[in-house]
Design a protein around this ligand. Sequence first.
Ligand SMILES: [Zn+2]
Length: 381
Amino acid sequence: MIEHADADRLRDLTLELVEVESPTGDTAEVARLYARRLEEVGLGVEVLDEVFPATPIVIGRLSGSEPGPTVVLNGHLDTVPIPHAPPRVEGDLVYGRGTADMKGALACAAEAARAVKSLDSFPGELVVLATGLHESPGGRGEDLAWLLQEHGFKADAVIVCELGSDRFIAAHTGCATFEIVVSRPGEATHELKTEAGTPHPIVAAGKVIDAVSARSAALGAAEHPLVGSDTYFFGEVDGGDFYNRFPTTCRLVGTRRWAPGSVLADADREFRELLARVAAETGCTIDLDLRLVREAYEIDPEHPLSLALRRGYADVTGVELPISGGKLVADAAFFNGECGIPAVYHGPAGSGAHGDVESVPISELVRATKVYLRVLEHLWA
Ligand SMILES: [Zn+2]
């Protein structure tokens, strides 16, 4: 089946998809284009646009004539909202925003479906699933969460078609963003006209930073073998507005990341306990807004889906995927978390995702398509 992967078609569809700009939250046009292309391949396509009209979910289905697993090729149609030079092809490379992250991979999914369509028969069902609220901060996978938790989408195995082009990702961290507001009652006042003992939000914010940094250092002692230790990170601090005015608020913004084995609720509990202690000590009010980006992810490298991917990759490339993990944020966590649908990562290796110049090699699109097809054959065997 892998001989069906066609470089020209992969190049053309990637280019066509990136020619339609689709920053996170504004993917309706490219979703309808992708849906049309899947229909032309012969898939039964649904465009779910009632709940997320600006970012419709595209679901293309191809049913086999024998019983078997429902296997999903999943990707996101949104790109980071960073301007890019107009799309173009140069030698083996397709340039444009979203080529690497990850419209090239969605072209691969369509091409894999075309190859499956050409078979006389196959078991189960192949599903191509594309969403539009992936890239944070504009998206946190709200559409995928809705699809899985409320719409009742079911499947037996998922390949998230990005990352892991040259390694098997067996684990990654979970991530949440936080915004802490430290405040005191009353108006901003002259430094010399403020009652002694008034709680000072900037000083209290300093104590928050100390307490969180001490906790972060303690967390550093425990290392997950694949993703390292849990972290807190501060990226922004602002408070006060004039050199001799006694401030009313100070704001701290950052990230909290955790290894597989814990979940957002654990991080939330620990964070609130820490902040409650500083609030009691300083007399300031401390509010925490901790928002999930993605939960942590882990899969056994010996799971049948993992083995299908590792074998499929070795079939196509002649080399083994090394087992690895890392601090990253992606969508397999949605599937294999509460939903219990095994999911793995594998995509074409592009470059410049989120950078100024983004591209994907056509040869990588061909390679990834072949890997998807081999994975399907292993899963069907
Ligand atoms: Zn991506």
